[in-house]
Design a protein around this ligand. Structure first.
Ligand SMILES: [Zn+2]
Length: 414
């Protein structure tokens, strides 16, 4: 059982705990070309030309397609005969991919521009995968494939509109079965977007609750990647700087969003500060997804179960579980927790101060303090644990997690 954050425990990147450094080759991947900055989206036409794309399918979700800036973005691609597929909503499912594939084929497209959060990114990748591959999408499930991914995958340009999953810098796509809701991962290096246009202007209208929940997903990626078993000092460094960016910017983003909701108008300095904070979180989100090629941990396993059993928003689930999961981990990795604490509080002397910081941040941005606030009852701990123990994230947690441990963590979060 895995969720959208699926780029980590795969093949050549997978840590082999019994191998010795002296006899093991490690693989690091940081290949995405990113153009970051206010107005980055306006570079799209020149970039598509440089990529040799002539006919574009824009893949987005039905909410993003309604945003005020979207028509102008689509119109700027008139020279590329752009047409829009906006049949994505909620957790992406196979039928959405198939509808998008029909749109791709009907249009005779040769490239995709994916605009939105994790869901349209994943659907765009799945459409691209199926463009030149026969059969059913799940024939290509990572680790259980019945057909090879051996044909070219058309190019994807990604324009993120949230700061959370970081799917725009990932090489996998996670799609659910329409009926069973079982999530499957498809992985291929060619699924990595050729280019990310990271434009913080597109995040200025995100509501406070979505800003908070997606931001906690990014933070959880960064923390769990840093703590994950394995040897990847590049990821460790990226994770620490990403956490600094979250500490500097997430609460500010939520505060700005709340003020806008009450009808406030910003002067130029405040608007610039809002844009800078959104840019900080956009980078932190991509850094989280890059870092978690090292691995994730027990928080994600708990959160994936909540999404399966209660359909809880992934970022919200991570946010609610993170304090209890880190209390569970603290004693197993005191030196790493102290390093984390010193990122957010340079004078810290104890890793507990990092856990305290997480709790304070969650409260400040409106993340519920307990599972009870999400409607979870102790009666559902058994089905939650049954899903969580099967999840692929916790084997890389710094401390082994048993069924009894999962019960204790859910109880603590409750
Ligand atoms: Zn995640």
């Amino acid at each position: 059982m895995v969720h959208r954050c699926a780029d980590a425990p795969h093949g050549s990147f997978f840590y082999r705990p019994n191998s010795r450094m002296s006899s093991t080759l490690y693989t690091y991947n940081f290949p995405t070309r990113i153009r970051f900055g206010s107005g980055a989206r306006h570079a799209i036409a020149a970039e598509l030309t440089a990529l040799g794309i002539h006919r574009v399918l824009i893949v987005t979700d039905r909410d993003v397609a309604q945003l005020p800036w979207f028509p102008a973005l689509a119109a700027s691609l008139a020279d590329f005969k752009a047409t829009t597929f906006s049949g994505v909503w909620g957790n992406p499912v196979v039928s959405q991919v198939n509808a998008g594939l029909d749109a791709w084929q009907a249009h005779g497209a040769d490239g995709i521009v994916a605009v939105g959060g994790g869901a349209p990114m994943d659907v765009a990748k799945a459409i691209a995968l199926m463009a030149n591959h026969p059969g059913h999408l799940f024939d290509y499930e990572d680790g259980a494939s019945t057909r090879p991914i051996d044909q070219p995958i058309p190019p994807i340009v990604a324009i993120p509109t949230t700061a959370g999953t970081g799917s725009e810098v990932g090489r996998s796509t996670v799609i659910s079965d329409d009926d069973t809701h079982a999530k499957k991962i498809m992985f291929d290096p060619q699924l990595l977007p050729r280019l990310v246009l990271a434009d913080p202007e597109l995040l200025l209208g995100l509501p406070a609750s979505i800003t908070a929940a997606t931001g906690m997903d990014a933070l959880t990626h960064l923390i769990e990647a840093f703590l994950a078993k394995g040897f990847n000092p590049l990821c460790d460094g990226i994770a620490l700087e990403g956490i600094r960016l979250v500490a500097q910017n997430l609460q500010a983003c939520v505060d700005f969003a709340q003020r806008l909701r009450t009808g406030a108008t910003f002067d130029d300095a405040t608007a610039a500060a809002h844009l800078a904070a959104r840019g900080g979180m956009l980078n932190a989100s991509m850094m989280g997804a890059i870092a978690f090629q090292k691995g994730l941990g027990v928080t994600h396993s708990c959160a994936h179960a909540l999404s399966t059993v209660y359909d809880t928003h992934h970022g919200l689930a991570n946010g609610v579980m993170l304090p209890a999961a880190m209390r569970f981990n603290l004693a197993a990795a005191p030196e790493q927790f102290l390093r984390l604490a010193r990122v957010v509080k340079p004078e810290a002397t104890d890793g507990q101060e990092f856990v305290d910081w997480i709790v304070a941040l969650s409260a400040a941005i409106g993340i519920p303090a307990s599972l009870g606030d999400l409607g979870v009852t102790p009666a559902s701990f058994a089905p939650l644990v049954a899903v969580a123990i099967q999840d692929g994230c916790h084997p890389l947690n710094p401390k082994p997690v048993t069924e009894a441990d999962f019960y204790a963590i859910y109880q603590d979060a409750y």
